[in-house]
Design a protein around this ligand. Structure first.
Ligand code: NAD
Ligand code: GLY
Length: 356
């Protein structure tokens, strides 16, 4: 095992079986997963629970955003009930963000809340979604519209599981990692990306353990300071996300979330530069870092996109306060900036190759 242990967040290569030790005092556990993940990793988790004599059952759910639904939550809760899961038992969410968000929300509402252990198996889930307690599902009307804050009693992030991720899923997760590297507390993440680029791209589990740990520590500090996103501190985690969400909502651009975030980071850097919040050399870093990890830095076929239409989508972003709000770097660190002037926005659109 590599990687330190902080509280109940365990990060390392080969730490999957620590789920048993962490849940040794429980009577029964429902392990929620998806077939592809369960085929590779459920046996290790279930053996670890056997070793500490905890009853368990594997509960499979579907794949993709469609499965992140209230219908799945109902199905999971009904299966928990039929399996005899009680108030003091626990749920293990074994998978990426879709499993983590859905099983986490089911755990939040089943018996008015049972404990959940997040066992993230994608890079995005390890550095972001499994840590911080946001759970929820989609409605036909929009993503993540129903949910709750339900922090996991433990997180077990085994970086060895990342070796089986499809290449593009893995690379997309690096978009969120770059976000941390560009945050004021991101020096350690940035150093790893700069100095161990090949090991990161090659998914060396030991380097990934240091990288995931460093990202998790940043996220934990922010979430501890503002657990329910009320003071603006947690909102800084949305660096690069305003533009990314607009691209994702616009749809049809064949970008994974982390890829859209990478382009969103370039947009944020350019916007901050145009507003004279950061010097050009810093804005250049917002492009160079994602590029060094072979992430997109411009929108594919962005020249056919309409800038006004994207701005309208940004105005509708649920995190915006009515106008247009970006998280941007500046002399005082990351801050939300409302309604930047149009000329600055056009500079940022130019930087990511959108519109003419
Ligand atoms: P995902 O959960 O859909 O996983 C991607 C694919 O990889 C799936 O097909 C999955 O079955 C497969 N997979 C997972 N682990 C694997 C492994 N180790 N080996 C092989 N295949 C594996 O995608 P994701 O990117 O992890 O999560 C995206 C979701 O996370 C979105 O719904 C998003 O809204 C949510 N999210 C939540 C938060 C939060 O704070 N709660 C933050 C960011 C994103
Ligand atoms: N992913 C942003 C947050 O957890 O607040």
């Amino acid at each position: 095992m590599t990687g330190p242990r902080r509280g109940d967040v365990v990060v390392g290569s080969g730490v999957l079986d620590q789920v048993g030790e962490l849940l040794a005092d429980r009577r029964r556990v429902a392990v929620v997963s998806q077939p592809v993940v369960a085929d590779a990793y459920a046996a290790t988790v279930c053996s670890a629970l056997d070793a500490v004599r905890v009853q368990h059952e594997l509960v499979l759910m579907g794949d993709g955003e469609q499965a992140k639904s209230l219908a799945t939550v109902e199905d999971l809760c009904r299966r928990f009930a039929r399996g005899g899961l009680l108030r003091n038992d626990a749920v293990v969410a074994l998978g990426g963000g879709v499993v983590g968000d859905t099983a986490g929300f089911a755990a939040a509402v089943y018996h008015r809340g049972v404990d959940v252990v997040q066992v993230p198996t994608t890079l995005l889930a390890q550095v972001d979604s499994a840590v911080g307690g946001k759970t929820g599902v989609n409605l036909p009307e929009g993503k993540n519209l129903v949910g709750s804050f339900h922090r996991p009693v433990a997180v077990v992030a085994d970086t060895r599981t990342l070796t089986t991720l499809p290449e593009r899923e893995y690379r997309s997760g690096l978009g969120e990692v770059v976000k941390y590297a560009l945050m004021p507390a991101g020096t350690a993440v940035a150093a790893l990306l700069d100095e161990k680029t090949d090991a990161v791209l090659g998914r060396d589990p030991s380097v990934l353990s240091s990288l995931v740990r460093a990202c998790v520590d940043i996220k934990l500090a922010i979430v501890d300071a503002d657990p329910e996103e009320r003071t603006g501190v947690r909102a800084t985690l949305n660096l690069g996300h305003t533009f990314a969400h607009a691209l994702e909502t616009a749809g049809g651009y064949d970008l994974y979330h982390g890829e859209a975030v990478a382009v969103g980071l370039v947009f944020a850097g350019a916007l901050a530069e145009a507003l004279e919040r950061i010097p050009a050399v810093d804005a250049a870093r917002y492009r160079a870092l994602p590029a060094s990890l072979r992430l997109p830095v411009t929108v594919p076929n962005g020249d056919v996109l309409d800038r006004e239409a994207l701005l309208a989508l940004i105005r509708r972003d649920k995190k915006a306060k009515g106008g247009i709000t970006f998280v941007l770097p500046g002399a005082r660190g990351l801050e939300t900036v409302d309604d930047p002037p149009l000329a600055a926005l056009h500079h940022a659109f130019d930087a990511v190759g959108v519109g003419g």
